[in-house]
Design a protein around this ligand. Structure first.
Ligand SMILES: NC(=O)c1ccc[n+]([C@@H]2O[C@H](COP(=O)([O-])OP(=O)(O)OC[C@H]3O[C@@H](n4cnc5c(N)ncnc54)[C@H](OP(=O)(O)O)[C@@H]3O)[C@@H](O)[C@H]2O)c1
Length: 296
């Protein structure tokens, strides 16, 4: 693997990675993106990002990563199964003392808080993951924190809720007519627009306090049902039927039911105050409107 220096390395350079890369490049920084497939590598090349093709499930492919003094954004998801994140373990094991980054920003999830019965949640809330996908994210946070303590490299962890924006809308689900939960039984959902998230990642790299966690959210949670209804309205498709929890248990898949079992409202004050972020899309109305201007 080539180790030509780069200012920025994005590990798991998918949709959010490309948005971050665009912003970093517009400020004159060189950006490399680590992806698994050749198809994604071609996409990066077209976007002016130097591709590095490697597989976080194959430790030998990660030799000599160009991380020295670079800002690293770690956006790769954990594997689909289990309660740990061996990909994060593999990544940090590949970073030798003579080849250390300047800082690492990790996208984690607000799912690590588990169910908070609709309460407002600050970063002081102890994690209590209830789904394995959240346990894997918490394991990734823990691995990275431990590595940071021994390596001395500062890290910033962002706990991110549902991402929405162009390419992230649940159009297929809405067109299928799959039901949603009745509004009065629906949990809160928290969201961030993909473009705001990219800007928050950059603010975290520049101003994030090492060893602190930051909740990410637009600060305007509404119910999950409200989200599906509003997206249906802007897509111009019928609102999905609303059913009771009892019926939802019979008709919805395990994945969706696990989301419906958790309710919380994410407090984003630390993000706004300490990272100095001004949101372009502080609520769903603004974010959805912008999305359709772009999508055409
Ligand atoms: N969607 C949400 O609502 C939400 C909420 C909270 C957090 N997140 C997390 O936010 C992060 C960024 O999201 P995104 O939409 O930008 O994700 P994305 O578009 O799916 O990009 C993920 C990237 O990770 C790479 N990757 C996956 N497995 C890999 C492996 N084993 N080795 C090397 N690279 C690997 C993929 O490469 P290939 O394309 O080559 O496979 C892809 O470039 C993800 O971790 C996501 O799970 C999402």
């Amino acid at each position: 693997m080539t180790s030509v220096a780069t200012d920025v390395l994005i590990v798991g350079c998918g949709d959010i990675g490309e948005r971050v890369a665009r912003l970093e490049r517009s400020e004159g920084r060189t950006v490399a993106g680590l992806v698994r497939s050749e198809k994604s590598a071609r996409r990066l090349r077209v976007a002016g990002i130097r591709p590095i093709t490697a597989d976080l499930d194959a430790p030998a492919s990660l030799n000599n990563l160009p991380v020295k003094d670079a800002v690293v954004y770690y956006f790769a998801p954990p594997p689909d199964k289990g309660v740990t994140d061996p990909r994060m373990e593999t990544f940090v094991s590949a970073l030798t003392p003579s080849n250390l980054p300047k800082r690492i920003v990790l996208i984690s999830t607000t799912g690590v808080y588990g169910d908070c019965r609709g309460e407002w949640v600050t970063e002081d809330q102890p994690p209590n993951p209830q789904a394995d996908r959240a346990r894997r994210r918490l394991a990734a946070e823990t691995s990275l924190q431990r590595w940071s303590e021994t390596s001395g490299v500062p890290i910033v962890i962002l706990r991110v809720p549902g991402i929405y924006g162009p390419g992230y809308l649940p159009e297929k689900r809405l067109r299928s007519g799959e039901p949603v939960l009745r509004e009065d039984e629906s949990p809160f959902s928290n969201r961030i627009h993909a473009d705001d998230l990219a800007r928050i990642c950059i603010a975290a790299a520049r101003h994030g306090h090492p060893s602190l966690l930051y909740n990410v959210s637009d600060g305007h949670p509404t119910t999950m049902t409200d989200f599906f209804f509003r997206v249906a309205d802007v897509l111009g498709v019928p609102r999905p039927p609303a059913v009771t929890m009892e019926e939802a248990r019979r008709r919805l898949g395990e994945g969706m039911l696990s989301y419906l079992a958790e309710s919380k409202r994410i407090d984003n004050r630390r993000m706004l105050e300490e990272l100095g972020v001004e949101l372009m899309y502080p609520d769903l109305a603004a974010g959805l409107a912008s999305c359709f201007e772009r999508c055409g």
